[in-house]
Design a protein around this ligand. Structure first.
Ligand code: S3P
Length: 452
């Protein structure tokens, strides 16, 4: 069969069809990935609430940061076009977000909704209504509402105040020390943002360390933070004053992961993924792929506005199965769907445990990956908190579903590189949440002409 990739027009959804020769196609060349999603949200939000102008280069121009931008614009923050190389945000200063005239829509973005809640709840005398798409409206918000209420926040919502749409009446909060039952950067960041305007010390302790982009960026903007890595605790000493900054956003390791796995599983591949953020709270996927004996090397390590960055070279080579769990999971929480694809082509059985959080992402990613990989002929077992993936079963093309989840859509597209026959991915437009140019880049790396 001749290799081909075809993406339909939106109607309203898009279908991505991929076909490659059975033994796969070699991916070669260099690829520059879009900006880090987590850092992009934080740059827009901290820029919005700081004094003065913030300039951001390399912002992710995907749907999730657009949701953040739309929410803050609706609260009186001026931002330049999210098309340009540099985005500027005119900060209104802490406490000065305006009451929006309409419901704030966080779209598909949990980070937008959860982080923003900390700010809304601490804006006295303003009323806010917030919602999102059907996926976001089904995701748990109690994890941020409970501690915010302990701080005195007034928040109501569906399902016993645990799901959006939510109503918030801002008020003056009091500081707490919150022991989070989950390692979640969204929970931690929500409370740190709530603590910015709160007099006294707001502390969050996590069971293991989640991504620390908020801590790094808050310090860069001038907030006074104490961090204790031994106890996974961080304290914001409020009230803070934030000053606009220049932020250069590194490439997103969560997006790089698709090419790292693509290169590792397709014979003949040799790829360099440029400008990848390698913050140690995010590099679990590199540790995992290295444990599977993937041939990945780090080139040109450097630091860019407080975040470590490098180019990553991946070459094809045989992979070995491994077991993953514990503290490694929060460090690669968004990469488990694509790690499952690597495991399909490894020798032996890969077991992923302690990953129950995947059930409350943009979709239930454990169920989604188990069912859709099974549809392609893989041997995958779903457990309450993980997956067991038997390596080296032959995959056969089928119609599969992304469930509207960007990472599921892109992971299935990478599996298609080593699948015999046609793989048809439904609701493939989801990729634009974090990687709008994913299909074009795949075409280019495979040496296929780009469709108009
Ligand atoms: C994110 C934190 C993670 C991650 C999400 C982005 C962030 O979520 O899955 O994609 O930017 O803080 P949790 O905090 O729910 O683990």
């Amino acid at each position: 069969m001749t290799a081909h990739i075809h993406l339909t027009e939106p109607n309203p959804h898009q279908t991505l069809t991929l076909a490659f020769p059975g033994d796969g196609v070699a991916l070669r060349g260099r690829v520059r990935i879009p900006g880090d999603k987590s850092i992009s949200h934080r740059a827009l939000m901290l820029g919005a609430i700081a004094q003065g102008e913030t300039r951001i280069q390399g912002l992710l121009l995907g749907e999730d940061p657009r949701s953040t931008a739309a929410c803050f614009r609706a609260m009186g923050v001026q931002m330049s076009n999210l098309e340009d190389e540099w985005v500027t945000v005119q900060g209104v200063g802490l406490g000065n977000l305006q009451e929006p005239a309409d419901v704030l829509d966080a779209g598909n973005s949990g980070t937008t909704l959860r982080l923003m809640l900390g700010l809304l709840a601490s804006h006295p005398d303003r009323f806010f209504a917030v919602t999102g798409d059907s996926s976001l409206r089904s995701r748990p918000m109690g994890r941020v509402i409970d501690p915010l209420r302990q701080m005195g926040a007034q928040i109501w919502g569906r399902q016993g105040d645990r799901q959006a749409p939510l109503a918030v009446r801002g008020t003056t909060l009091k500081p707490i020390h919150y022991q989070s039952p989950v390692a979640s950067a969204q929970v931690k960041s929500c409370l740190l943002l709530a603590g910015l305007m709160t007099e006294g010390d707001t502390t969050v302790t996590e069971p293991s360390l989640s991504r620390d982009h908020s801590e790094r960026m808050l310090r860069a903007f001038g907030a006074n933070l104490s961090i204790d890595p031994d106890t996974c605790s961080v304290t914001v000493h409020g009230p803070a004053t934030l000053t606009g900054q220049t932020i250069v956003v590194p490439g997103d390791i969560s997006s790089a992961a698709f090419w790292l796995v693509a290169g590792a599983i397709t014979p003949g591949s040799d790829l360099v993924v440029e400008n990848v953020g390698i913050n140690p709270t995010r590099t679990g996927i590199l540790d995992a792929l290295q444990a599977m004996e993937a041939d990945i090397t780090l080139e040109n390590p450097r630091e860019v506005t407080g975040e470590p960055v490098a180019d990553l070279r991946v070459r094809y080579g045989p992979l070995k199965a491994a077991h993953f769990g514990g503290d490694l999971i929060p460090r690669m929480i968004d990469e488990i769907p694509i790690l499952a694809i690597a495991a399909l082509f490894a020798e032996g059985t890969t077991v992923i445990t302690d990953a129950a959080e995947l059930r409350v992402k943009e979709c239930d990613r454990l169920a989604a990956m188990a069912s859709q990989l099974t549809a392609l002929g893989a041997k995958v077992e779903e457990a309450p908190e993980g997956l067991t993936i038997h390596g080296q079963s032959a995959l056969k093309g089928a119609t599969v579903e992304s469930f509207g989840d960007h990472r599921v859509a892109m992971s299935l597209a990478i599996a298609a590189l080593r699948t015999e026959g046609e793989t048809v991915i439904q609701r493939a437009e989801a990729a634009a949440v974090s990687y709008p140019s994913f299909v074009e880049t795949l075409e280019r790396l495979c040496g296929l002409p780009s469709e108009p």
